[in-house]
Design a protein around this ligand. Sequence first.
Ligand code: HAS
Ligand code: CU
Length: 551
Amino acid sequence: MSTPNYEVSQADKKFIGLHLLFATASLFVGILFGPLQALEHSGLDLYPYIKPIFQSYYQGLTIHGVLNALVWTTFFITGFLTLVVIFGLKRDLRYPKLNRVGFWVMVVGLVTTAVPILLDEATVLYTFYPPLKAHWAFYAGLTLIVVGSWIEGYGFFFTFAAWRKENPGVRSPLMALMAVITMAMWQIATLGIAVEILTMLLPWSLGLIEGTDPQLARTYFWFTGHPLVYFWLLPAYISWYAMLPKQVGGKLFSDALARTAFWLFFLLSTPLGFHHQFVDPGIPAGWKFLHAMLTYSVFIPSMLTAFTVIASLERAAKKTHGGKGLLSWIRVLPWGDPSVSAQLLAGILFFFGGVGGLTNASYNVNLVLHNTAWVPGHFHLTVASAATLSFWGISYWLIPYLTGKELKHKKLASWANWIWFVGMIIFSNAMHVVGLLGAPRRTPLGLAPYIPEEWNGHLLRVGIGGSIMFIGACFYFYVVARTAWAKKYEPANVEIPAAESVHDPQQTPEWLDKWVPWIIATVALIIIAYGPQLVDQIANISLNSPGGKFW
Ligand code: HAS
Ligand code: CU
């Protein structure tokens, strides 16, 4: 059972706050380019006005993707998980210096990556597919960000192991277990881009080898690229399972289902990256089929999550707030709390994102939508909604908790959530539809001479939706900046919203608290799903693509 009055030390609060500072600053810069892209699609090209500083649509798109998808998420997540591990285990970090080292390695990596991007020497988008060739510092910086996150992860593992020793026979506290599973999944998943960068992209950009193998590079990239999306999602799920029920005045419906979902993500997140490579000619159909099937399996823990979280919400609405009916209980949830509304709206958008994900995973439908605007439509409902909007919700209590200051402008914070939600519906729907009509992704469509008449209305909606989202984001930044830098010190007695579960976690089956079988099964499944293809592609490697700077 949770003891909510455990206090995280001031030093650790400051350390977590630093993560949020870098995360939010990155999101701020990254988001500035969102409306530029969206308006460009609708025919209003503002890029010429910023040309003296930023050279092209593609440079802007690279900044947008790297800062929002890679940097904002990784910094926010490592900071949030630090809190979750400490508070979940009710103990200090085992080696606090190790975590500090990890964090500063990430910061050095961020700066090293940012410089070549800003100098237009790394306009390779956030997927950095060869033959696009960036300055070596771009790859070196990304490597440092990943290595830094690994080191922070080791800090969590040592802390968890120390807790385990001190508490034999006790079930691991749910939120800490979830955080450690997320980080362990991340360690396995990132092996793909570590190998890609260290064996090919970095030596190639340094001129040590003459070319790359784009097919093998894509295989390595998506080994990491798919589980990356669950690295973004699972921290939101930690909040939905272990915190949101408390925020709505209730309890977690099932501790066992929550643990099962996280172990299934650990098992299934990695071995399905070929669903990003359905159109790649070098991968035999049988392997694509296997990965499609595994993709359908990773749908299951999200369905478990939808069921368990909504059951927790309904139980709280009916027991605490007198809610009734099949759906009308939804109205009595505490929507006025901006932290709650952010997460509920994130969940609603994620329903549509999830359905789109399943659509992507169907091989023959993927042939229609791959590389079209549909795909950014999908991932704005996932990483920019399920994850980002939930992180906003978390930060509405986390920043007051860390700084001891009340959240400023609560109404404005609610507005930020709703405006983002409405803008996102318009934007993502338009992107999905225009994608199905054939509009390509990663393309400044406003400049294209081939726009069919029927795309125009949808592209206009892309511009309108994107601009509305930008307004929501401005509200968000205003609220968090005013809170963090509030002059008047208003001590806030904020507690971390830690939800109890309906049943005592000690009754949860023991196999949901054992690492070894899950690790063995996970490694075995990855070897089965990737091993033969990796052996084959590596055996037939041809480093014959010289690549270059095509921008
Ligand atoms: Fe995806 C492409 C398949 C989930 C992100 N995805 C992408 C890309 C990104 C991305 C960034 O199979 C583009 C990469 C690129 O640049 O090329 N995706 C899936 C599937 C899922 C999925 C099957 N994706 C995500 C998540 C992401 C993400 C999560 C980020 C966070 N995706 C694909 C495929 C492609 C792809 C192909 C390749 C497309 C191509 O051709 O390029 C599933 O995991 C989705 C399962 C989700 C659900 C929804 C459950 C609903 C819940 C909500 C509960 C509601 C609550 C609120 C709590 C089944 C849990 C209640 C509120 C009340 C008021 C009551
Ligand atoms: Cu994927």
